[in-house]
Design a protein around this ligand. Structure first.
Ligand code: ADP
Ligand code: MG
Length: 223
């Protein structure tokens, strides 16, 4: 018997109501992610990638099925979810989502204070190559630079789980490739468990395991 998985989903079903119609997004998806693994989930636009990531991150809840984190069933009451997100999850979004009237330094520092992280904001910014721009405002940065700051903000928590939703989706090919390598290099160095959902097949190079999300079902694909 190995270590228990970090996170596991079992038979997740998620539907959305669209007027009279019901959109079936996840139709019984299951997978298990071990500690330290980098997992890629590939799927076309509209296939349910964000929905899946939001369920893993405790932002949305499934209609049926189970999410088990570190051996414990996630309960879907508001307070537990807030604690779960705050203590365990770091998110990186396609659109960076930096606070526009805070500097690079302040964007990371507010999260560090929230979780009283042992990592300093300076060293975190250094590791994503953004310390020299700590005084800049988000609008003064390129997309790739903003995504570096967003990555620093997610990792300063030392989250058990790093969740990336199309992290290269708003970037040109070259900046996108650099962000993918940075995520992979940092994650390997600190044995960070990461789940990256994307339609960018460049993710295949950095992932330990690859899943496809199609017609609401997750299927592992050979590397
Ligand atoms: P992806 O991230 O792969 O593009 P999403 O998870 O965002 O896919 O969406 C999957 C499907 O669910 C889409 O058809 C989308 O329109 C629908 N959907 C997502 N969120 C909602 C919502 N809050 N209400 C209704 N439909 C939604
Ligand atoms: Mg999406």
């Amino acid at each position: 018997m190995g270590e228990k998985p970090l996170i596991e989903i079992r038979d997740i079903i998620k539907n959305y109501k669209d007027g009279e119609a019901t959109v079936e997004v996840l139709k019984g998806s299951s997978f298990t992610v071990n500690k330290g693994e980098i997992i890629a989930v590939l799927g076309p636009s509209g296939s349910g990638k964000t929905t899946l990531l939001n369920i893993l991150g405790g932002i949305d809840c499934p209609d049926e099925g189970e999410v088990i984190f570190d051996g414990n069933l996630l309960s879907w009451d508001y307070k537990s979810l807030v604690e779960y997100r705050k203590n365990n999850v770091g998110f990186v979004f396609q659109q960076y989502a930096l606070v526009s009237d805070l500097s690079v330094y302040q964007n990371v520092e507010i999260v560090r204070r929230l979780v009283s992280s042992p990592i300093t904001t300076e060293s975190m910014l250094e590791s994503v190559g953004m310390l020299h721009k700590r005084k800049s405002m988000p609008w003064q940065l390129s997309g790739g630079e903003q995504q570096r700051v967003a990555l620093a903000r997610a990792l300063i928590k030392k989250p058990a789980l790093l969740l990336c939703d199309e992290p290269t989706g708003a970037l040109d090919a070259s900046s996108g490739a650099k962000i993918m390598s940075l995520i992979s290099d940092l994650a390997r160095k600190i044995k960070q468990t990461a789940i990256i959902v994307t339609h960018d097949i460049a993710v295949c190079r950095i992932a330990d395991r690859i899943f496809r999300l199609e017609d609401g079902i997750l299927t592992e694909q050979a590397k």
